[in-house]
Write a protein that binds this ligand. Structure first.
Ligand SMILES: [Zn+2]
Length: 413
């Protein structure tokens, strides 16, 4: 966890950080989203909430290509509608949400380029991967050439989004009707319907696809489940060779290489927060309906135990470093943070580099060793740039880090 003042420590946990990382860092902005393509040509200056009763959905140059279909919540205090823009990209785009959320949050449709969905056929032209049958786990993506660390492998966008509350507030039968309307109106419904279904509780095919494949995200400020058909084709590994970057402005997800990937290797991402020992991982993965047999989980026992021990040690050292720092022992925190950094490569915990370098910068900053503080600040930001989370790292970004340190640590030393 990041070293911070006492006030926000309680919320900083290993898993929270890593979930946040998996879904993308929004705090520093992601500047490489191409926004130059022609918008859809629709007037989205200030969309009003529309539902199936609104005559105006069609005439106000709506974002939607179909009349919304709507249902009341059980207590009749809210309405949820299925909205579709079948012209977006090559699959179309549907969201099941409240009229207010739809109006507040979909202006990105005019910004996000109507890009072609990543090809998932076996002859995907120009892509660094191909889709192949993987023994025992359905289809997966395999590298067809060497892929460099941090290189983008594919760029996908949400094809179906569902308000999380909708799933509990609308009676099931009516809810399924909306889900099916949302999927059937896509220009390529099969891109959603053909995805894996392994949820034991789902009563309906679309519900099963969503429960099996969806990522958590926000539309406006409201939690939603988002289905990314191409990303969903990537199988899980507990020590994956790729990771996802979420771009909140456009709801796109980019998949990039966590390390160099040689030709012929399967591309993998982690469905759960990185860095957990075996029992915790298996428990979490059980909810996804499988027992993991990735190379880490099926490694010889001695190797797995060594990995588990390192992972527990990393978590303990990170906690201890925070405690030492807050107790006014920066040199102890420095020693512990160096130990964390020494353990990260063996576990492939690349998301933690930036955070730990920032911690080093913060410690050097409070003991007024500005030369080292600057060196580590640049390393922290440099890693984020390489990983695709920020643009060029300049003087002002480092100074922004100083201002943050001063605000958070001012007066404590
Ligand atoms: Zn595993």
């Amino acid at each position: 966890m990041a070293l911070r003042g006492v006030r926000d420590l309680s919320s900083a946990t290993l898993s929270a950080l890593l979930i946040w990382f998996q879904l993308g860092r929004t705090g520093l902005g992601y500047s490489s989203v191409p926004l130059t393509q022609r918008p859809l040509g629709l007037d989205v200056a200030c969309p009003l909430p529309v539902d199936d009763k609104a005559e105006s959905w069609r005439y106000r140059r709506s974002l939607w290509t179909h009349q919304p279909e709507c249902e009341h919540s059980m207590d009749r205090t809210a309405r949820y509608c299925a909205y579709t823009n079948a012209q977006h990209g090559s699959r179309g785009w549907s969201v099941v949400t409240s009229p207010e959320t739809a109006a507040d949050s979909v202006s990105f449709l005019s910004l996000s380029p109507p890009l072609k969905a990543p090809s998932l056929t076996s002859d995907s032209h120009g892509a660094p991967y191909k889709v192949v049958e993987m023994p025992g786990k359905g289809r997966g993506l395999v590298a067809v050439r060497d892929i460099k660390q941090y290189e983008e492998i594919l760029l996908d966008y949400a094809t179906l989004l569902v308000d999380i509350e909708f799933t509990t507030k609308v009676p099931a039968v009516l809810g399924y009707r909306l889900l099916h309307a949302a999927v059937d109106r896509l220009s390529d419904p099969a891109s959603v319907l053909d995805l894996g279904q392994s949820n034991g509780f789902a009563q309906d095919v679309v519900e099963n696809v969503v429960r099996t494949n969806a990522f958590h995200t926000n539309l406006g400020e409201v939690p939603h489940l988002a289905v990314y058909p191409a990303v969903s084709r990537i199988n899980h590994a507990c020590k994956p060779n790729a990771y996802t970057r979420f771009m909140p402005e456009t709801l796109q997800v980019s998949v990039a290489a966590a390390r160099d990937i040689p030709t012929g290797e399967e591309i993998s991402i982690s469905y759960i927060p990185l860095g957990q020992p075996t029992p915790e991982r298996q428990r979490r993965l059980h909810k996804w309906g499988f027992t993991c047999t990735c190379s880490l989980c099926s490694a010889p026992e001695a190797e797995r135990e060594a990995s588990d021990a390192r992972r527990r040690e990393i978590e303990r050292l990170r906690d201890d470093a925070v405690r030492a720092f807050q107790a006014g022992r920066p040199y102890t925190a420095l020693r512990l943070t160096k130990q964390v950094l020494a353990l990260l490569p063996a576990e492939g915990l690349f998301p933690l580099y930036s955070e730990q370098y920032e911690n080093m910068a913060r410690i050097f900053y409070v003991v007024r060793d500005m030369e080292n503080a600057e060196r580590y600040a640049n390393m922290s930001l440099g890693v984020l740039r390489e990983q695709g989370y920020v643009g060029e790292v300049g003087r002002e970004m480092v100074e922004g880090m100083w201002r943050r340190f001063e605000d958070e640590e001012g007066g404590r030393y």
